[in-house]
Write a protein that binds this ligand. Structure first.
Ligand SMILES: NC(=O)c1ccc[n+]([C@@H]2O[C@H](COP(=O)([O-])OP(=O)(O)OC[C@H]3O[C@@H](n4cnc5c(N)ncnc54)[C@H](OP(=O)(O)O)[C@@H]3O)[C@@H](O)[C@H]2O)c1
Length: 279
């Protein structure tokens, strides 16, 4: 079994730095994929209320011989349920859907700042943590200005900020802010959802030098930036190769060259958290 490094969150809980994304893995086929991922060595499974697959993830967890306490399950609160009472009920509903007793991590999926309810949602997550429904609490797609407000109004800092991050959109300011606050940045779409970045000549050249694939080189670059990754892979070959990134190291120069691919229009679907809303 490959050793996935862990990271100690500011609340003392420990999270694997490499996990398995489950967006689009639903129903019986989803259970088969997630079950395979656990068998292949993944321990962190990233789900969300809005992926409509908390049931499939929970079913795979129950089928697995790996004890529940060795797995790390994340889910996320949708934007339509930010109001305090609705948020608490939704976390409970997430647990019922998954059939689990607790989540290891629960995130506010999007800040939806124009709606103005994310602080209320955060208060509900703080309460859910006190109830023992979730072990750690965090946010997703939050910018420093949003996190500043959470800290100012509740005194509680998120443990994790899950954001879009890949070579075309590497968000160095967000990563720096999160590091300064002992918040783990976790990259969603770490492979750019298999877009043109996988054909990027600079990364191809670096990958060839290390005898690795472009995808492996990108994941390694993210880990060396101090960022957690949750690549999604239905293919067993992808599942296995994405785990095989702990036997090589990129040089400082190689990291800089990949980071230099960052570009102003690099977001995959133009989902700018200042404007974009998801319910
Ligand atoms: N918080 C949020 O707002 C948010 C938003 C988006 C995603 N997420 C989370 O982040 C996870 C990952 O992001 P994502 O699913 O958008 O994109 P991704 O992980 O960057 O890319 C997934 C795509 O890459 C392919 N792939 C995986 N490994 C590969 C490899 N080694 N070589 C070539 N292709 C490879 C997959 O193909 P196959 O499936 O065919 O193997 C799939 O088409 C999601 O599943 C979800 O859990 C969170």
């Amino acid at each position: 079994m490959r050793m996935i490094p862990n990271y100690e969150l500011h609340d003392g809980n420990v999270i694997p730095l490499l996990g398995f994304g489950t967006y689009k893995l639903n129903g019986a086929q989803g259970v088969i994929s997630v079950d395979a991922a656990i068998n292949n060595g993944y321990r962190l499974l990233d789900s969300a209320f809005n992926y409509e697959n908390e049931g499939a993830v929970g079913e795979a967890v129950r089928r697995s011989p790996v004890p529940r306490e060795q797995l790390f399950i994340t889910s996320k609160l949708p934007g339509r349920h930010h109001k305090y009472d609705e948020a608490l009920a939704t976390i409970q509903e997430s647990l019922y859907r998954s059939g689990l007793d607790y989540f290891d991590l629960y995130l506010i999926h999007w800040p939806n700042p124009k709606q103005g309810h994310y602080v209320e949602a955060w208060q509900a997550l703080i309460q859910a943590q006190k109830f023992g429904l979730v072990k750690s609490i965090g946010v997703s797609n939050f910018l420093p200005e949003h996190i500043d407000r959470l800290i100012a109004e509740t005194g509680v800092t998120p443990a994790v900020d899950q954001v879009e991050l890949h070579p075309y959109w590497s968000q160095p300011d967000v990563v720096r802010y999160n590091n300064d606050h002992h918040i783990l940045t976790q990259a969603w779409s770490p492979l750019g959802r298999a877009n043109a970045v996988l054909q990027e000549p600079v990364i191809q050249e670096i990958a060839t030098r290390h005898n690795k694939s472009v995808a492996q080189t990108i994941l390694r670059w993210e880990l060396q930036l101090g960022v957690g990754v949750i690549p999604k892979a239905n293919s067993i070959h992808h599942q296995l190769t994405n785990l095989d990134i702990f036997d090589f190291e990129l040089s400082t120069d190689e990291i800089k060259r990949i980071s230099a691919l960052d570009r102003p229009d690099g977001m995959n679907k133009n989902q700018d958290p200042r404007e974009y809303e998801e319910f």
